[in-house]
Design a protein around this ligand. Structure first.
Ligand code: PFF
Length: 473
């Protein structure tokens, strides 16, 4: 196949790790994880999330990286090729399809929030947060997301940068950006954790994030069902557990073809197991640090933990407005967050681009522009669904357009993609082929195989069956 011979590769193992960490660490860690933990009731959500990361997500990272490396094509091409080699149905190519389509949907709204970080970088540099109180921080955010011009400009600015880098190919700017800027983001987050810890309510944060209250996670109160049942009743529900599962996939960039595509640029000498653990550890540390930086401020200023997607944008500016050198720290923070988001959005555009490139033979630049602009246009619907913006009154099953896209990908496409990937590597690819591909120590391989073969499908299966049962009955 012509594509295989021209396929690019990472220049070193370090470059690959940095790019994969760059893909994993992004808005998912700093924007999404804290607000979902807040909505999920804190500690129990965090605990379940971490269990998913290490017992399901990490084995899935291994699976996707090795499938990509074995296939050497786009996710769709790789899945079909491996299914054929293993004499399985070409329908397994659907895993690749759901990844590519899912990535296209995610990038369309990811870029909107990416645009918010760019706008907040500018706001911070202009001193907009000086001494603001909680109410002003909230009003600033709502008035920004309600502004059709500003949100459009920042969304397309973000998408433009993504397209520019993807058009240049994997090795160009991407490796350099991640090698220097990701450690810088980590350092600034550390500064924020210390600052928030001293000035905000750290004790309450630690209790909130690490003292699990499973009732908060597993029972829905005041839901329509609860009210129908007499008001005070609580209903057992795995909705938030599914949310945590989806978030663990989202944060590790799983099931959307990104990691599989990055695996296809991988050379054979890289130890996939060790790489997966490094990626998962780095990713989780950043998410926890984001929580430790944000919640002390949330509690100290009486913000709502269940605020949702505005949480980080309403909380941290208060701290930037008060701390010494706050303008510099705030501008750096949002700037680096934008960089972290860009290194992720690149990996989201990559699966659709690599597929269209493979199919049409167009040059990379043309494909990157076409797919990026198309996703950008789809993203306008998300941008305008926020605050009081033009499409904010549209509701899809009670969700805004942006939240509906998030729900569809986070809670349906990603967990199902993960389920079928686990079934594929666990039951439909020969054990010998996997052993050969992974080249792990025997014991490590057995642990991985057990997690992929039994634990992942069972856990995901149970959550889905319970939720489908609840919905139908
Ligand atoms: N992992 C990225 C984040 O946490 O922000 C988002 C992401 C990138 C999700 C790539 C999925 C993906 F395929």
């Amino acid at each position: 196949m012509a594509g295989a011979a021209q396929h690019a590769h990472w220049s070193s193992r370090w470059a690959f790790i940095m790019a994969a960490v760059g893909s994993a660490v992004g808005l998912g860690n700093i924007w999404k994880f804290p607000y979902e933990a807040g909505q999920g009731g804190g500690g129990a959500f965090v605990m379940v999330y971490l269990l998913f990361v290490f017992f399901i997500g990490t084995p899935m990272l291994v699976a996707e990286l090795s499938l990509g490396r074995r296939g050497q094509l786009s996710p769709i091409g790789s899945m079909k090729k491996i299914a054929q080699e293993e004499k399985r149905s070409p329908l397994w190519g659907l895993i690749g399809w759901s990844g590519v389509v899912g990535a296209f949907i995610v990038i369309s709204f990811y870029s909107v929030v990416g645009g918010w970080t760019l706008a907040y970088m500018v706001k911070s540099a202009m001193g907009a947060f000086s001494n603001i109180d909680a109410q002003t921080a909230q009003d600033t955010f709502v008035s920004y997301i309600s502004n059709p011009v500003m949100t459009l400009v920042s969304h397309f600015a973000f998408m433009g940068i993504t397209i520019f880098i993807v058009a240049k190919g994997v090795q160009g700017g991407l490796e350099k950006a991640v090698t220097y800027l990701m450690p810088a983001l980590f350092a600034i987050l550390l500064v924020l954790v210390v600052y928030s810890g001293f000035t905000g309510d750290f004790a309450k944060t630690v209790d909130f994030l690490f003292n699990p209250d499973f009732d908060e996670l597993l029972y829905k109160a005041n839901s329509p069902e609860a009210i129908a049942a007499g008001g005070a009743a609580k209903v057992f529900s795995l909705d938030m557990v599914l949310q945590a599962l989806g978030q663990s996939f989202f944060s590790l960039s799983l099931a959307l073809g990104s990691i599989m595509t990055y695996g296809s640029y991988l050379t054979r000498d890289v130890n996939v197991g060790r790489s997966a653990l490094t990626i998962a550890a780095a990713d989780s540390s950043v998410a926890l640090m984001a929580g430790l930086a944000i919640f002390p401020i949330v509690f100290a200023y009486g913000l709502d933990v269940a605020e949702g997607g505005g949480l980080v944008f309403m909380s941290l500016p208060i701290a930037f407005g008060q701390m010494p050198f706050g303008i510099v720290v705030g501008t750096l923070f949002f700037g680096l967050l934008a960089v972290a988001a860009i290194t992720s959005s690149i990996s989201l555009l990559e699966p659709p681009v690599s597929y269209v490139e493979e199919k049409t033979g167009w040059n990379r630049r043309k494909v990157a522009i076409t797919m990026g602009v198309a996703a950008g246009v789809l993203g306008v619907l998300s941008a305008y669904s926020q605050g009081d913006n033009m499409l904010s009154s549209i509701s899809i099953f009670g969700l805004s357009i942006m939240d509906a896209k998030d729900f569809l990908t986070n809670n349906i496409i990603m967990p199902l993609g993960g389920l079928f990937t686990a079934l594929f590597v666990g039951w439909f690819v020969s054990r010998k082929a996997m052993m050969e591909e992974l080249a792990m120590e025997d014991k490590t391989f057995r642990i991985w195989y057990f997690l992929a073969r039994f634990v992942s499908p069972t856990a995901i299966g149970i959550i889905f069956i319970k939720i489908i049962y609840d919905t139908v009955v």
